[in-house]
Write a protein that binds this ligand. Structure first.
Ligand code: C2E
Ligand code: CA
Ligand code: CA
Length: 433
């Protein structure tokens, strides 16, 4: 007798997912999708059992295969919207990850551009190969089956986006070129630090500088870090760039100290990627030793992302650095994960309040003011110093000073400067009032 299948879940799950992969618990006997449904989601079994079934000519359900923990099914939905050729039913209560097509697309676009291109190419070639099967195969039994599951003539827009590799190819090519240029630039020592003054509050004295990398590119001129740091981080070139910055800072430090006094510091940015390799402490120690740098003049700026991946390892690295005598600032504070609770777990000395908060200082009924007041209060609890970044207006300095910030940095005082201009700045500091 022909059994009537209940309403299947596939479309409803895809609609409710918001493009995310979600885990659901399905009671035994849940029809996840049935023959003839449009393909919407792929599935990964976390626990339980699923039967894939097909209706026979007589209308009975025949079990094609039995799937358990760790197995994926319905995956054609990720690249094809033609009707399902089988049904999937839970044989017992099962926990299953549901992956809608949109989730795959989101993941692919978030990948390293090279990996994204390769995955897209694989999908594209797979579909094209199947579309252009030779007639001899198409007419045979296997061809029948393949054609049944592959009709790519009328691909909907969301699938075409997955196949659109032309743009991805260009992005990947540019990235590979940039990586190569970065390595060549390192060999030719084209990277130099610009120095941006950091000023004490309320005294408005020079406290130190932040070293910000600039690429003196033979053709493009001065290139800013937002053009190359993200690629340098993805390709592990950033460790070499950061090392080169520290070496150069240590090299110019005696000149700066001679002009500005022995107590100023230079902040050096340290990408979180350095934390993954494990030898950053040794590298820093070596550079400080060779250059006879007093660690008391060096501060490292790290971002929260360096801390969250492996907090225990991050704290090891921080303690290693602190043991050398340098100090540590947490950069861009407030933009990342900023669970205030974790701060006390890490060996840091300074919080740098991100520019975005300073910019909002006087917006929205002074909400920015309240946020910074809260951050300063928190910093006081943990005995941390506070630097406010991105100060462009005089009234912001007044506000930040009244909130108790210890240092200020921003275009109001000075843009990042090449060494010669930084030395002039030390000799003849501009007046800000
Ligand atoms: P960051 O560490 O947050 O550096 C502050 C950025 O804000 C700098 O941009 C600085 O020029 C800019 N800035 C300072 N004051 C103001 C202001 O008043 N208004 C505005 N609109 N901007 C201001 P820059 O030099 O382009 O650096 C961008 C980012 O690149 C840095 O952000 C840092 O994340 C990264 N970076 C720079 N140098 C290095 C480096 O040597 N190593 C690593 N790993 N990253 C670096
Ligand atoms: Ca910084
Ligand atoms: Ca910053």
């Amino acid at each position: 007798m022909k059994k009537k299948l209940p309403h299947s879940q596939d479309s409803a799950l895809a609609r409710s997912s918001g493009g995310l992969i979600k885990r659901h618990i399905f009671p035994a006997g849940t029809l996840l999708f049935k023959e003839g449904d449009p393909r919407e989601c792929a599935y990964l079994i976390d626990r339980g059992e699923v039967h894939i079934t097909e209706r026979t000519d007589r209308g009975a359900e025949k079990v094609l295969c039995i799937l358990n923990e760790g197995e994926i099914f319905g995956e054609m939905a990720l690249i094809d919207t033609t009707p399902r050729t089988a049904s999937a039913i839970t044989a017992e209560e099962s926990e299953i990850f549901v992956m809608p097509r949109q989730a795959l697309e989101n993941r692919i676009s978030g990948l390293d551009p090279i990996v994204s291109l390769l995955v897209s190419l694989l999908i594209e070639r797979y579909s094209v190969t199947r579309k252009h099967l030779p007639e001899s195969i198409k007419q045979g039994h296997i061809g029948d089956f393949i054609l049944k599951v592959s009709r790519y003539e009328n691909l909907p827009d969301d699938l075409l986006r997955l196949y659109d590799t032309a743009e991805k190819r260009e992005v990947a090519r540019q990235e590979l070129k940039l990586e190569e240029e970065l390595r060549a630039g390192l060999d030719r020592r084209e990277f130099i630090p610009y120095l941006q003054p950091i000023i004490t509050l309320p005294g408005l004295q020079l406290a130190g500088f932040e070293a910000l990398i600039r690429w003196q590119h033979p053709e493009k001129g001065l290139v800013f870090p937002d053009q190359f740091i993200p690629v340098a981080e993805r390709t592990n070139v950033v460790q070499d760039l950061d090392r080169m910055m520290l070496e150069q800072v240590c090299e110019i430090l005696p000149v700066l100290l001679k002009k500005a006094g022995p107590d100023i510091f230079v902040s050096v940015n340290l990408s979180g990627i350095n934390f993954e390799t494990g030898d950053v402490v040794q590298t820093v120690a070596e550079i400080l030793r060779k250059s006879k740098t007093n660690p008391h003049n060096i501060k490292f700026e790290i971002t929260e992302s360096a801390l969250i991946g492996d907090p225990a390892l991050a704290e090891d690295v921080l303690q290693g650095l602190k043991a050398l005598g340098v100090s540590i600032a947490l950069d861009d504070f407030g933009t990342g994960y900023s669970s205030l609770g974790y701060l006390h777990k890490f060996s840091i000395d300074t919080l740098k309040i991100d520019r975005s908060f300073v910019m909002q200082l006087h917006d929205n009924g002074n909400r920015g003011l309240d946020i910074i007041r809260a951050i300063v209060g928190l910093a006081r609890n943990f005995k941390l110093e506070v630097v406010a970044e991105g100060i462009e207006k005089e009234r912001d300095v007044v506000a930040l000073n009244s909130l108790g910030c210890d240092f200020a940095q921003g275009y109001l005082f000075s843009k990042p400067l090449p060494l010669s201009d930084a030395l002039t700045f030390i000799e003849t500091p501009p007046s800000w009032t």
